[in-house]
Design a protein around this ligand. Structure first.
Ligand SMILES: CC(C)(COP(=O)(O)OP(=O)(O)OC[C@H]1O[C@@H](n2cnc3c(N)ncnc32)[C@H](O)[C@@H]1OP(=O)(O)O)[C@@H](O)C(=O)NCCC(=O)NCCS
Length: 148
């Protein structure tokens, strides 16, 4: 598939579309509404976005936790385009961005349904299952290095 990858933030013209995608893919199927949540922490985060003809196909947010560690969150690919490699491409781009910015570790809260996707992308499970937004999740982590 032909798409561009960009790093944007909440001030981007694409941000409203990114919010709509996150709500549609990650919240509506659970009977929730993203716009009921406190989104103020988005302001300090990066978003990796896959874009085609000004349409957002997928996104991933990067939150800085400390000087070594980032957290990936809110990964969502447009429903009709899942399973076509966009998510894998976004993750690789995010990893490279973080490596170039001297981060050495990434954490995320994976839905059980996405666990294998993250394992195939080099993450390992740490700790026990817990509930978030009403569904089971597990913490996963990956060490970032230039040689991966
Ligand atoms: C999980 C997700 C980000 C993966 O991105 P993607 O572009 O679909 O994945 P890719 O095409 O790069 O990788 C394909 C793999 O992802 C997995 N996958 C595909 N669709 C999926 C889906 N709807 N939910 C979970 N995993 C899925 C499959 O295991 C697939 O592996 P396969 O090729 O062996 O069948 C994406 O499917 C998605 O947005 N799912 C719904 C929201 C979600 O679960 N987000 C993650 C929250 S932690």
């Amino acid at each position: 598939m032909n798409f561009e990858l960009l790093i944007v933030d909440y001030a981007s013209e694409y941000y409203p579309q990114i919010l709509e995608l996150r709500n549609h893919v990650l919240r509506k199927p659970l009977g929730l509404n993203l716009f009921d949540e406190d989104l103020s922490e988005d302001k300090n985060q990066y978003v990796v976005a896959a874009i085609q003809n000004e349409e957002i196909l997928g996104c991933l947010m990067i939150k800085i936790l400390d000087k070594d560690t980032v957290k990936y969150r809110q990964m969502a690919i447009k429903n009709s385009l899942q399973g076509k490699g966009i998510g894998t491409t976004i993750l690789k781009y995010a990893d490279n961005f973080c490596i170039l910015n001297d981060y050495t570790q990434v954490l995320l809260h994976a839905r059980q349904s996405a666990r294998n996707f993250y394992i195939r992308n080099g993450f390992e499970e740490v700790g026990d299952e817990f509930e978030e937004v009403g569904i089971p999740h597990v913490v996963m982590q990956k060490q970032l290095s230039l040689n991966q």
